[in-house]
Design a protein around this ligand. Structure first.
Ligand code: AMP
Length: 187
């Protein structure tokens, strides 16, 4: 089973992905986590992307596509991947379909967590204090939200046309969203 957790920044994708890793033995493939690890390691890639990420802009398609491709065998061995924060553009979505098809696999389900913009801004105000993530500041968050609305949300029709899109209410408590996700996965 290959699953995409789809939604705007701070929708709860990472939280729900981590829960699924525990409960279903799947591998979480978060390009945001991979890029933050690259920055923390001080690698050349990390140095290239740190300013872009801090501003809240998207890094290039080529970079994230390569990061994902390197991790596909591991996810396959575990029985499936939860894509978290990838794909974020149409070229990324098309590349993912191609890479999976080349390995005889596919995306099975796209779970969209719907959360309205005001709720996201309120969430992020709380998270900035705790997370210390440089891109959780209000200015960068607006850039991230705009990137989602302009570059990522247009993927919804792409997955809808493939009959893979399931929309869930992401506004509730973590446990309620988790239950809705389980319901979609088990149905
Ligand atoms: P996230 O942790 O998913 O919110 O990602 C944090 C930041 O990493 C984003 O704001 C982008 O700068 C970068 N990033 C993560 N995933 C992608 C992606 N699929 N495409 C482009 N940039 C990404």
């Amino acid at each position: 089973m290959n699953l995409i957790l789809f939604g705007p920044p701070a929708a709860g994708k990472g939280t729900q992905a981590k829960r699924l890793v525990e409960s279903r033995n799947m591998v979480q493939l978060s390009t945001g986590d991979m890029l933050r690890a690259a920055i923390a390691s001080g690698s050349e890639l990390g140095q290239r992307v740190s300013g872009i990420m801090e501003r809240g802009e998207l890094v290039s398609d080529a970079i994230v596509i390569e990061l994902i491709e390197q991790r596909l065998p591991e996810a396959e061995a575990a029985g499936g991947a939860i894509f978290d924060g990838f794909p974020r553009t149409l070229p990324q979505a098309e590349a993912l379909d191609r890479m999976l098809a080349g390995r005889g696999r596919k995306i099975d389900l796209v779970l969209r967590l719907k959360v309205d913009d005001d709720a996201l801004k309120a969430r992020i105000a709380g998270r900035f204090a705790e997370s210390g993530r440089p891109d959780d500041n209000p200015e960068s968050f607006v850039v991230r939200l705009n990137a989602y609305n302009q570059q990522t949300a247009p993927l919804l029709p792409y997955y809808k046309a493939q009959g893979k899109l399931v929309e869930l209410d992401g506004m509730g408590a973590i446990d309620n969203v988790a239950a809705a996700i389980d319901g979609a996965l088990d149905s």
